[in-house]
Design a protein around this ligand. Structure first.
Ligand code: M6R
Length: 606
């Protein structure tokens, strides 16, 4: 949510910052800007809209300087117009900011009364003004930052440059992540290691409350009490080569097509193919003694949690509670002794999920996180990390992270079932064998993309679309609807198929397509009855089923035939036609499928 980047060193800052912003654009794309220092003065270029607008501006009106900061914005305070684009600057400082300054209104009142004139609607400008006032009163940049940070409430990451100090860049972190990169005679700061990947793999992550003073040759980190501290420099596994689109038109399409490979990689970290058993790392708790599992997540990750609930309850007979992170926090629920709290997050940075994690920790729960980013905030606060091996997911709509999360969750449920004595080795072998078939089954779905494209065309004029499913297909219906909303801006809702008659059926008419997910499992016949109810009301039906199911499809339904597979893996396999369908509809409608409007990849505000 907002990307920040900065550099200080030998080379021209603006091109390097612009390239970094391209890698961060997935975090926000309402507006973008760059500031550098030239002859001790702050120069700034800012543009509304996508980064290309800033690039065009810089092409016609370049800025020099070897110290610079840049920002790509996801608007929180103030409309996405140039006036509110970062860097926010005075004649003394320029600042880029990710997060929210919660007491900005009080600060603004105080500073306005002191004669400071604000020119933007942002919360960030209060920080720029505080710094400016400190420096006007004689503080050094370091003193100004230390004093200003003490005045701020909220969660934020900032990078700041100072007029008259070409050898200085200061960054700070509270809540939102900051990575400091070490180059050769050049230093960098970024929202994540991905932004810095082509520049350096030597990264230092600031701890909560830290701030750092960078020169071209190094950095000194201070903790929240302003004491100098050493933070380790780590080698990130990310490299610049992981961030291309390949031959695909969109990142999202590439990421959908990567699913056989990334699920294969992920499973190989959890399944021993010889013993056909699940292998987990050493856990700091006994799986057999866990009293309850609480799974908390947001968005697509929440949907994978909902699928996992069926698996943990059915296979492992384990009581499971699932909630979205924001509401879970507000419930202030008592959590049982010996409970395991599992947080699912592609980014590992989602603010609500992180806050829920901290609440569960305060309740004495064991904390496990399932993330795709091993160098993320959640990992640093967890007892156990389970990792999806997806590589960077750049498309803002999550695809490969979802199915890879499901793969890990299935393994975890199997391991728990075994530990609790609810399945034997033979059943474990059957289940892991089924899992090992996922990459091939998904490859079969991908080969059917042209047929799915045709059906996608049939949805492009729809105003509303309903998605229905039973059992694990119910959370998939929620996910299918979310993908369609994000990618095509068509209103879509997912429902448990059995709930349709309790209200949503009122929406069904000849203009409301209904996408039904129905593998030929134990619930198939009941879902077919729901299809009949839709058809009786002239609702157009797209049925996603397998071969046996297709044989029973009503003539009025358009059918996508997914491969026949074990019920355990059906959610992973059936997710892919849903992704392709939403992708195709988005592309036909001319939407920006990689960067849907109003969204950001990593949601680091509450
Ligand atoms: O990084 P996380 O998994 O914590 O992100 C959670 C949601 O913000 C994310 O899944 C979001 O819903 C995606 N846009 C879904 O496509």
């Amino acid at each position: 949510m907002c990307g920040i980047i900065g550099t200080i060193g030998r080379g021209e800052a603006a091109p390097l910052v612009l390239e970094g912003l391209r890698r961060l654009e997935y975090r926000g794309y309402d507006s973008a800007g760059i500031a550098t220092l030239v002859d001790g003065r702050i120069l700034r270029r800012r543009a509304e809209g996508k980064l290309n607008h800033l690039a065009d501006l810089l092409a016609t009106d370049p800025i020099a300087g070897t110290t610079g900061i840049g920002h790509t914005r996801w608007a929180t305070h103030g409309a996405p117009v140039e006036r509110n684009a970062h860097p926010i600057a005075t004649d003394r400082v320029a600042i880029v900011h990710n997060g929210i300054i919660e007491n900005f209104a009080d600060l603004r009142t105080e500073l306005t009364a002191a004669g400071y004139a604000f020119t933007s609607d942002t919360d960030t400008e209060a920080v720029a003004m505080l710094l400016t006032r400190e420096m006007e009163n004689g503080a050094t940049p370091q003193e100004a930052v230390a004093r200003t940070l003490r005045r701020l409430h909220g969660a934020f990451a900032v990078a700041i440059i100072f007029a008259g100090y070409p050898e200085l860049l200061i960054c700070a972190r509270r809540g939102s992540p900051v990575a400091v990169g070490y180059g050769e005679g050049e230093m960098y700061v970024g929202s994540d290691a991905l932004a810095l990947a082509p520049l350096t793999q030597r990264i230092c992550y600031l701890d909560e409350g830290d701030w750092a003073v960078l020169s071209a040759t190094g950095a000194q980190v201070y903790d929240s009490e302003d004491r100098p501290v050493d933070r380790p420099i780590k080698l990130t596994a990310l490299s610049g080569a992981m961030i291309g689109k390949g031959n695909h038109r969109h990142f999202m399409h590439k990421e959908i097509c990567e699913q056989p490979a990334v699920i294969g990689d992920t499973l190989s970290a959890f399944v021993n193919p010889t013993s056909r058993s699940v292998v987990l790392q050493d856990l700091p708790f006994d799986l057999a003694k866990i009293s309850r599992v609480t799974i908390v997540a947001c968005g697509t990750s929440f949907h994978s949690a909902l699928v996992a609930k069926y698996w943990f309850e059915k296979l492992a007979r384990m009581p499971v509670e699932v909630d979205i992170a924001s509401e879970f926090r507000y419930r202030a629920a008592d959590m049982p002794e010996g409970g395991l709290a599992l947080f699912i997050s592609q980014s590992g940075e989602t603010a609500d999920t992180l806050a829920a994690l901290r609440y569960a920790k305060s309740q004495g729960q064991y904390i496990a996180v399932l993330v795709n980013q091993p160098e993320s905030s959640m990992v640093r606060e967890a007892d156990v990390m389970l990792q999806t091996l997806c590589g960077p997911e750049i498309g803002v709509a999550s695809t490969k992270a979802f199915t890879a999360q499901l793969a890990v969750l299935a393994c975890f449920a199997i391991a728990m079932a075994r530990a609790r004595g609810k399945i034997d080795a033979l059943r474990e072998a059957e289940l892991t064998t089924a899992l090992s078939e996922v990459p091939s089954r998904i490859a079969e779905v991908l080969a059917d993309e042209p047929a799915i494209e045709v059906l996608g065309k049939s949805l492009i004029e729809a105003r509303d679309v309903l998605y229905l499913g039973r059992g694990t297909a119910y959370p998939l219906a929620l996910e299918g609807a979310l993908k369609l909303k994000e990618l095509s801006y068509i209103h879509a809702e997912g429902y448990a198929a059995g709930e349709m008659k309790h209200g949503p059926i009122a929406l069904v008419d000849e203009n409301t397509p209904v996408v039904v997910l129905a593998p030929s499992d134990a619930y198939f016949d009941k879902t077919m009855s729901n299809i009949s109810e839709v058809i009786a009301r002239d609702g157009p039906v797209i049925l996603i089923t397998d071969e046996a199911g297709a044989a029973h499809a009503p003539a009025q339904a358009k059918v996508i035939v997914a491969p026949t597979c074990d019920p355990l893996i059906a959610p992973l396999v059936f997710a892919v036609p849903l992704q392709l369908l939403a992708y195709q509809v988005g592309v036909f409608r001319g939407a920006d499928v990689d960067q849907p409007r109003n969204l950001a990849k990593s949601v680091t505000v509450e």
